[in-house]
Design a protein around this ligand. Structure first.
Ligand code: ADP
Ligand code: ASP
Ligand code: MG
Length: 600
């Protein structure tokens, strides 16, 4: 007999008929001899409706009252599902987050779970009841009983956290698609179902826009080794397993906040090639990285961003013994890369021979921008200049001078309490025969910010991103310009990055109030971020080039590029986002033969 946590999303409980269908499915599981804890979302689009109501009354409602309002949606569905179960002869009891004892931070609208009391649930399970728990909600502490919510889509996180706390045998997430697909079937109907995906890949996809799972749910599954399956509540298909490596034993105290960083890694075999003043038009990145790939050179990090004068800087890293060949390719292409604005200026190639990459690694950084900011501050305090930054959900990496590597690693180990054993040298090794790209995602809810003329001194990234982190604003795709510009005798660089559109106003206000000087802040809300994700792209040349080529062939201009080990993200114009996702999905042969029909 197993203990199973089943979570049913909004569409799965969208009507009385659907709730009855869910009740029948739950009973099938209890009849097979299992104990079941069910987590439910609000019915259908209830939460969206509540948000709209609030907006009709206030443009800036109090976050506390928003939690009070939004948490009601789930309370309706737990009661109705319990009634449906009881009506079918199955003893059941509904419990709110507070009644269970799901204790969270006192951060309204985006609280993280600290601990979950299991006694009350265990008691009901032992008495043969199905326990129906409201997803998405908790309380700030057992004494002040403030209702909190976990952030939109957070019922997945409630379910996996309950499974971890109850040490359930597995956690099933029931939704309106047959499982995790290569991309969103509402945009690409021939997206294909996967039998399995690694938690690292799913973490990236979820954070890059695949809303089928809340990223924090995947993080908890990875940290606590929860067996996680995503399935359709409309069929009996087995769905998709999210596979995690065996986790280190971990306390259930501070569930979502303890120990964000598990290891510090470094790679001293890195060199950088930068091309400055590359024209901003489709096809440039495709051509450069196409040539690099045809030489079978494996590129690690790639960044591209537009800077002053409307031209791009592109930089990438390779191993030191590939540097001369990579440099030769860049130098051969540079004369052909003239912008129409200044046809006499050809792109300039810059190299740095002896670089290293230092990384902090751990599945506990999602939604915690303070962790990356702390890394940047640590490097600044150790007087290490950061040349390139790459962020992903499980890793933040900085390219630095090789000579600074030992100092950087020591300082990072100290800051994050990582012992010598967890500080390791890591080279990129090609993963055996995994598909290079597992999935693609589109995020239309991002905005781009560019800060001009930031003084080029160690500590600038730390200061900027600490300010944002203090207000819990996460940033992605952080790119510093490769070229420097002298302003009043001071070397400056541009820094561009993306934030969630909802955080844009606050980010701008914070930056404008900052007590150090930089040039203007440029904002672009009409952008889309398209990404590919796959563990198999590590050490395999040509994957990024293939993505850039697909975009170029569709005449889609790439505004920014940022990569991490297992993903490549490009910013494109918002109106080209959907087309970009479709062409990339097709370019990597991810389409299947069946069309996925999503129930309305
Ligand atoms: P629920 O209400 O069950 O939590 P969501 O709407 O939050 O459901 O998530 C399911 C939706 O996620 C699907 O209907 C689909 O449109 C979307 N989605 C985005 N990317 C993917 C993907 N890679 N695989 C499956 N579904 C995806
Ligand atoms: N009802 C909440 C939302 O719509 C939580 C969830 O469905 O996961 O965001
Ligand atoms: Mg959801």
């Amino acid at each position: 007999m197993a203990l199973i946590v089943q979570k049913y999303g909004g569409t799965s409980v969208g009507s009385v008929e659907r709730i009855q269908a869910v009740a029948r499915r739950v009973i099938k599981t209890t009849e097979a001899g299992h104990s079941v804890v069910v987590v439910v979302s609000a019915m259908g689009k209830t939460t969206d409706g509540l948000v709209k109501l609030a907006q009709e009354i206030s443009a800036t409602p109090s976050r506390r009252e928003m939690d009070m309002l939004l948490s009601t949606g789930e309370q309706v569905s737990i009661a109705l599902l319990s009634m449906a179960l009881q009506e079918m002869g199955q003893p059941a009891i509904s419990l709110t987050g507070a009644q269970v004892g799901i204790v969270t931070e006192a951060e309204h609208t985006r609280a993280r779970i600290l601990e979950i009391a299991t006694e009350r649930m265990q008691r009901h399970l032992q008495d043969g009841r199905v326990v129906v728990v409201a997803g998405f909600q908790g309380i700030s502490s057992q004494s002040d009983l403030e209702i909190t919510t976990l952030g939109r889509g957070g019922s997945d996180t409630s379910a996996v956290a309950l499974a971890a706390a109850l040490r359930a045998d597995f956690c099933e997430i029931y939704t309106d698609v047959p499982g995790i697909l290569t991309t969103d079937p509402r945009i690409v109907p021939d997206a294909q179902l996967m039998d399995e995906i690694t938690s690292d890949e799913m973490l990236e996809l979820a954070s890059l826009g695949a809303k089928v799972l809340h990223p924090r749910a995947v993080e908890i599954a990875r940290n606590y080794g929860v067996m996680l399956v995503v399935r359709s509540s409309w069929s009996d298909q087995p769905g998709t397993k999210v596979v995690s490596p065996m986790p280190q034993p971990r306390s259930l105290q501070g569930l979502e906040i303890a120990q964000p960083v598990d290891a510090v890694e470094f790679d001293t075999d890195q060199a950088k090639v930068a091309l400055l003043r590359v024209p901003d038009r489709p096809g440039i990145a495709a051509r450069l990285f196409g040539e690099i790939a045809s030489q079978d050179l494996d590129v690690d990090l790639i960044i591209q961003s537009i800077h002053e004068g409307n031209s791009n800087d592109i930089a990438f890293t390779v191993t030191q013994n590939s540097l001369s060949r990579a440099e030769a390719v860049a130098a051969a292409i540079a004369p052909a890369l003239r912008s129409s604005a200044s046809p006499t200026d050809e792109a300039e190639v810059m190299i740095e021979r002896r670089m290293a990459k230092v990384s902090i690694v751990g599945a506990g950084m999602i939604g915690r921008p303070g962790v990356a900011a702390q890394m940047f501050s640590t490097l600044a305090a150790a007087k290490v200049n950061i040349e390139m930054i790459s962020t992903s959900e499980v890793q933040v990496s900085c390219a630095i001078a090789e000579a600074d590597c030992e100092r950087a690693v020591a300082a990072l180990c100290e800051t994050f309490g990582v012992t010598g054993r967890a500080a390791k040298s890591r080279r990129r090794v090609r993963s055996a025969d995994l598909p290079p790209v597992r999935g693609a995602a589109l995020d239309l809810k991002q905005a781009q910010l560019a800060i001009r003329h930031v003084p080029d001194q160690p500590g600038m990234a730390a200061r900027l991103f600490s300010l944002l982190a203090e207000k819990n604003i996460s940033v992605d795709m952080i790119i510093q310009s490769q070229r420097c510009r002298l302003i009043d005798g001071l070397a400056t660089r541009d820094i561009a990055f993306t934030v969630a559109i909802g955080d844009l106003d606050e980010a701008q206000t914070i930056l404008q109030a900052a007590d150090f000087s930089f040039g203007e802040i440029a904002v672009d809300c009409s952008i889309a971020k398209v990404s590919i994700v796959g563990t198999g792209m590590v050490g395999r040349p040509g994957i990024a080039a293939q993505m850039f080529r697909a975009l170029a062939e569709a005449k889609i201009n790439i505004q920014m590029i940022a990569t991490s080990e297992i993903k490549v993200s490009c910013l494109v114009a918002e109106e080209q986002g959907v087309e970009a996702l479709r062409v990339i999905h097709a370019a990597f042969g991810l389409s299947g033969h069946e069309r996925i029909v999503v129930p309305a």
